[in-house]
Write a protein that binds this ligand. Structure first.
Ligand code: C5P
Length: 308
């Protein structure tokens, strides 16, 4: 890491994610669910800039889409990330930070936007303050903040177990083209997990179903991947928002190779053969009146990285 004297500010770019497979067990005593998930980082990014502030001060400013829906105090995971890192380094009374978050990852969209900001804040603050911390320790702090934070630091394609926070990189050939259907209304992750609990018969155990996804990625076969996409939270998201089920069906009928709700939703990700197929699908969905807020992305892309 650079020394604090080297830089007046540090900007970090962090990607959002799609879950290509998300298999969930029942609720654990700590309120979380055991997951087996395959993450892919995709080309939609938040930029987190850290600037020195008076010792003990942490402030946040958010710009970009739906910025007003993002908290700017200790409820913001990025705020907590800065505070946690300062405490870890024993610097609480010696450092401060002003965090500027430029949001492009959908807010409460099931794409780890809040976790991405926490990952960005950890890396930006560590660099700004000259904190000596290695990647595993940074990921450990990230996991304390939120289950998806370690993946936002790592990026690429990875298998996540436990709460989704224990990661192993997954072999993935080629690049995958997605059309994302974004939804302004957002869906709360705890609400979707609660609906999942309600819909799951008692005694149901975690059923791993990620093998098809991992095989298709190893082969670099988008058509196979389209058929293998799986998300145990999808029925819960559809139950809460039946319009998402309609959208999902419509995208498949119009030629997507596969479709899946990303994480807890409401973003629906349509897999396409290539960029022109993604453009074609977006035109068709729009002409069916379902083109509200469509976004083309590709993955995998790298995790949190310092831009300058
Ligand atoms: O860890 P994070 O803050 O991202 O999780 C948000 C919420 O999602 C948790 O409070 C919990 O309700 C739910 N969750 C879960 N099991 C997981 C991950 C998240 O129940 N493995």
């Amino acid at each position: 890491m650079r020394s604090p004297a080297d830089c007046g500010s540090v900007m970090v770019r962090v990607p959002g994610k799609i879950n290509l497979a998300l298999c969930s067990g029942p609720r654990r005593p700590d309120g979380y669910h055991d997951l087996v998930t395959v993450f892919q980082a995709v080309s939609v990014y938040d930029d987190v800039t850290a600037e020195h502030a008076p010792p003990g001060e942490i402030s946040i400013e958010v710009t970009g889409q739906r910025a007003s829906a993002v908290p700017i105090g200790p409820d913001n995971l990025a705020w907590r990330a800065a505070a946690r890192l300062a405490a870890w380094a024993g610097l609480e009374h010696r450092v401060g930070v002003r965090l500027l978050i430029e949001k492009d990852i959908p807010v409460t969209g099931g794409m780890a936007g809040g976790s991405a900001d926490a990952a960005g804040a950890l890396l930006a603050c560590a660099t700004l303050w000259g904190v000596e911390i290695d990647q595993p320790a940074l990921a450990g702090l990230g996991a304390e903040l939120g289950a998806d934070v370690p993946f936002c630091l790592l990026g690429g394609t990875a298998l996540g177990v436990n709460r989704g926070d224990l990661l192993t990189p997954v072999l993935s050939r080629g690049s995958y083209h997605w059309l994302l259907a974004l939804d302004e209304r957002g869906l709360s992750t705890p609400t979707v997990f609660a609906k999942f609990d309600q819909l799951t018969p008692p005694g149901t155990q975690l059923m791993r179903a990620e093998e098809g996804v991992c095989d298709s990625l190893a082969k670099g076969d988008a058509e196979l991947l389209g058929k293998a996409l799986v998300n145990d939270l999808q029925p819960a998201a559809f139950n809460l928002r039946p319009d998402l089920a309609e959208l999902h069906r419509c995208g498949l009928e119009l030629g997507a190779l596969g479709a899946v709700v990303s994480g807890s939703g409401p973003t629906v990700a349509f897999l396409c053969l290539d960029e022109s197929a993604a453009i074609e699908l977006s035109v068709k969905l729009s002409s069916e009146g379902r083109g509200g807020n469509l976004r083309r992305v590709h993955g995998p892309v790298p995790g949190a990285r310092i831009l300058g």
